[in-house]
Ligand binder design. Structure first.
Ligand SMILES: [Zn+2]
Ligand SMILES: [Zn+2]
Length: 412
């Protein structure tokens, strides 16, 4: 295996603005405004406002324009089709995360790097499944990069959710299921059994359903809460898909005082999360890869170097090093939008956590004693969001977990 350690050959490096490709002079999912940005998917922590030019998958276009403005300079690509930019071949490949989500493949002179964005492996029926792309260097997320995270299969999951809904409907209680509005909500809708009762969607969810349907994704019929067809009896049989921010809002009152509620998130795997969030049920479902999924995906790329962006970074870096790979942390500002926690205040975007990690500038990687993460970091993970006011920090992991990084340019 050829070991590439020369910083000069790095196709992607860390910059304060985001992941940067020096050869092509563009960024991938930058968190500060830049001239040219390749966007992996439309979640707000990856697709930010203010870039001069955007390149994204064609199925992200409608949501990006909706969220960032109809007048953004947006170029789109289908999966697998390459363009040449300053000698860098750029192509997008399915990430299986949400509709339009893509891994970004860069190639210069036979050297191939892939930046994953967010991804999951199990096919969910609402977007093309993750496709392993062979590369020399893979930049991976690690949102759920701890051995405790193992998702139930999709059929098991929907059996549970539909049975819960059915049991509530039999008692005339509305079922409120909290899920992130883009991606998670549509994935849940796709698996619901509409014969049980009406499916009601919150105003933050329904417009995204329309985008999915326009692009050919099959979703069952849904109505808004104000729909005249909803009388008291039908509300008592309904399931309501709402974003976590709707928890404890006055909007919920129309569904009656004894509604049943549940939260759909990968964090539900943690013992005690559901109880502390004050919902009746927790369904373990995530649009991110679980621990086995991350390992499978990383192996399938054949990469010899791996950079880990957000989530349980030190644990994943250590595991990769033990597999004989060159692994390093890569401080980013991702992880503040999807899989957020219910009942937490909504704070816009930026989180102190990753910024702190970025400023810490600590290195985490293989090869030198003391650089493979601190002992015990993996074992005593507290719950995301528990530390207080950071709001939608659910994805970003605990303070200090990202470990910071000298970036890919600083090879061991
Ligand atoms: Zn995402
Ligand atoms: Zn993310």
């Amino acid at each position: 295996m050829t070991v590439r350690t020369s910083p000069a050959s790095d196709l992607i490096v860390a910059r304060p603005e985001g992941l940067y490709c020096p050869a092509g002079d563009f960024y991938i999912d930058p968190w500060r405004p830049v001239a040219r940005a390749v966007i992996t998917h439309a979640h707000s922590d990856h697709a930010r406002w203010g870039h001069g030019h955007y390149l994204a998958h064609e199925h992200s276009a409608a949501i990006l324009r909706r969220r960032l403005g109809a007048d953004i300079h947006l170029q789109t690509l289908p999966y697998g089709e390459g363009i040449n930019h300053h000698g860098v071949r750029v192509s997008l490949h399915p990430a299986g995360h949400v509709l339009g989500s893509a891994q970004v493949r860069l190639e210069v002179g036979g050297e191939v790097w892939v930046a994953s964005g967010d991804y999951k492996l199990e096919s969910d029926g609402t977007c093309p499944p993750f496709e392993a792309v062979r590369c020399h260097t893979f930049i991976t997320e690690s949102t759920f990069g701890l051995p405790i995270y193992r998702w139930p299969s999709q059929p098991e999951l929907f059996q549970d959710i539909n049975a819960w809904w059915q049991a509530n409907a039999a008692q005339g209680r509305a079922s409120v299921l909290y899920a992130y509005a883009l991606g998670k909500a549509q994935r849940l809708l796709h698996g619901l059994d509409p014969s049980i009762g009406p499916i009601v969607c919150h105003g933050a969810v329904e417009p995204l359903n329309a985008v999915y349907r326009d692009l050919g994704v099959q979703l069952p019929p849904t109505v808004m809460a104000t729909d005249p067809s909803l009388d008291k009896a039908s509300l008592g049989r309904s399931i309501v898909i709402a974003p976590p921010s709707a928890a404890r809002s006055t909007w919920l009152r129309r569904f009656g005082p004894d509604l049943a509620d549940a939260f759909a998130s990968g964090w539900m795997q943690l013992r005690g999360t559901r109880r502390r969030r004050g919902v009746d049920r927790g369904f373990v479902v995530s649009d991110h890869a679980d621990w086995p999924g991350l390992q499978t995906a990383i192996r399938a790329t054949g990469a010899e170097r791996v950079f880990v962006t957000h989530g349980s970074v030190p644990v994943m870096v250590r595991w990769l090093c033990e597999q004989g790979l060159q692994a390093q942390a890569f401080a980013t500002e991702y992880g503040h939008e999807d899989d957020s926690e219910p009942g937490m205040p909504e704070t816009g975007g930026e989180s102190r956590q990753s910024s702190d990690a970025a400023e810490a500038g600590e290195r985490s990687g293989c090869g030198k004693p003391g650089e493979t993460g601190q002992p015990g970091e993996g074992g005593e993970r507290s719950e995301p969001g528990e530390s207080g006011e950071s709001g939608e920090s659910g994805e970003s992991g605990e303070p200090g977990e990202s470990g910071g990084s000298a970036g890919p340019g600083a090879a061991p």
